[in-house]
Each structure stands twice: as C-alpha cells, then as structure tokens.
Ligand binder design. Structure first.
Ligand SMILES: [Zn+2]
Ligand SMILES: [Zn+2]
Length: 285
C-alpha cells in the first residue's frame, strides 16, 4: 500500500532528520520536503500567533499543506505541545503528535507520545549571571533559547525585541540587552526554544514516535485489512490485589481500526493483572 510512494513533509525545522529513515526502512517511502508553506502560521511555540485548532487537527492540516505544495497524495507532519504535567505541576511534559494522511486511500493515521524527558522551561531574570544553573539544566547551548521582554500578564502576542534560536552565550547576552528596555518589570523572560532543529531532546522524541507510527502502519485491522491498527484507548479499573476493588490504574488496552469500527480488548503490555493495594480506594482510602 505504501511501498515506492513519495511522501510530503511540511517542515522548516529539520524534521526529515528524524523521519526519513524510519519511513524508508519500515514502509518503503521516500520523503520529500515541502518548505514553501510556513507551518508557523498554524501556531508557533514562541507565541507570536496562537494555534487556531487543537494539536491533532493542526498536525493533519500541516500534512495536507505539504501534499498540496508538492502535489502528492501522501503526507506526514508532526506537532508538539509542552506544559506542566497534569498530575505533577513542577514536572514539565511534552506531547508529540505524528500524523500520516493518505489521500489515495482516504486514511488518516496518528500516533502520539508523552514524554517527561523534555527540557521545556522558562525563567524571568534581570541579569545573565542569574541564569547559570538553569542554563545547565536546559542543556544550553546544545539546545536553543528564546528571549523576550518580561511583561507579566502580557507575555504572549506580538513582542518587540524578541530573539529566537539563541545558541551561544554571546547571542544570549545581546538578546537580554535588547529586550530589557522593553520590559515592564526590569526583567527578561528566557524560554527554551522547542523547535525541533534547535532541540535535540525533542528531535529524539520525534524519531522515537516515527518508529511507533511505522509499527502502527505495518499492522493491519483483523476485520478489514486496513493499515493503522493499534491502541485507541485505555480502560481503567485494574482490580486491587487484596480485595479486588477496581482502581484508577489501566485494566486493559483498546485496539482499533482507522477505517472500520472493529475493536479488541488487549491485556496491559506489562502483563500486570492486579493493582498494588496502595492504589486501592478501599484498602488505602
Ligand atoms: Zn483493595
Ligand atoms: Zn478495519
């Protein structure tokens, strides 16, 4: 179904470095780069323009934009979002989406990845010297930075003296110097630049996700034979080891098809059949 076809990738951020090899080796696809379309118009990390749609939709639109540009019937795109962990607010978490659109067969297949190994972070400082421990923590200068004037409550939207893609200490010092006069509180806001080509940690996540998507595209629906069979949902309620009460832990996985409504329940991948009583609402309320 995919062997020998060309696939469009809309990206100006070097994502072909993570995607070309898995797509070639796993599916026989040749990646072609579409660079005329500015994917930042669908929303940028640095906040100059808001994302008009949710990440999954944005991802599909990017893939379609690449297909239109190169006049191909197959496209792929990736999208990331970063923020505090929903359960552990001090921990940053990244979510990556990867979507393949096959116009010839009317298929849209997506995979996503949640990873806490992200360097996503920000700091407000008045002086470069105050940043040192943080710079080490976010992996600078191997990872890029963004600097803007600090204006608490008005950080997003068009910003004067915004510097992106900072990869050296000299550039960082210059960016802080430029931004300071525009600040409302005498500080600058320094953030990690999450664009893939400036963030090797994120690039590695995208590569991992690419292998996951390829695996999914290589598995076909047992009912209709369409590629893209895989995890669609998880079902909570793993029973407590002591009393059998359902817990919040995942009891089993739900696998499904992207074309028909066939679904199957599968046991947990790790083989766990009972929950530790520590998770039990009755044994450990
Ligand atoms: Zn129990
Ligand atoms: Zn099916």
């Amino acid at each position: 179904m995919f062997q020998g076809r060309r696939i469009a990738l809309a990206s100006r951020h070097g994502k072909e470095r993570a995607l070309a090899r898995p797509l070639q080796a796993g599916l026989g696809l040749t990646l072609q780069l579409a660079t005329a379309f500015d994917t930042d118009t669908l929303g940028a990390f640095s906040g100059e323009c808001e994302r008009p749609a949710d990440a999954a939709t944005t991802c599909r639109r990017k893939a379609e934009a690449g297909m239109a540009e190169l006049n191909l019937d197959l496209g792929i795109a990736s999208e990331g979002s970063f923020g505090p962990h929903p359960a552990v607010p001090l921990l940053a978490v990244g979510r990556e989406w990867l979507t393949l659109v096959d116009g010839r067969h009317g298929l849209v297949v997506s995979e996503q990845l949640l990873h806490t190994a992200t360097n996503f972070s920000q700091r407000r400082v008045a002086d470069l010297a105050d940043l040192d421990p943080w710079l080490l923590q976010v992996g600078f200068p191997r990872h890029g930075l963004i600097v803007r004037p600090s204006r608490p409550g008005h950080d997003r939207g068009p910003t004067p003296a915004l510097s992106k893609g900072i990869m050296s200490r000299d550039a960082l010092a210059l960016a802080i110097e430029r931004a300071l006069p525009h600040a409302s509180d005498g500080q600058v806001l320094v953030e990690t630049d999450m664009r893939a080509h400036l963030n090797p940690t994120r690039m590695a996540s995208i590569r991992r996700l690419a292998f996951r998507l390829v695996r999914r595209l290589r598995s076909t629906c047992p009912a209709c034979g369409t590629p893209g069979w895989g995890l669609v949902d998880t079902v909570a309620g793993l029973p407590c080891d002591w009393c059998g009460t359902p817990t919040d832990l995942i009891a089993h996985e739900l696998h499904g098809c992207v074309a028909c409504d066939h679904q199957q329940q599968r046991p947990r991948r790790d083989g766990l059949r009972e929950a530790d009583p520590g998770h039990c609402p009755r044994c450990n309320p």
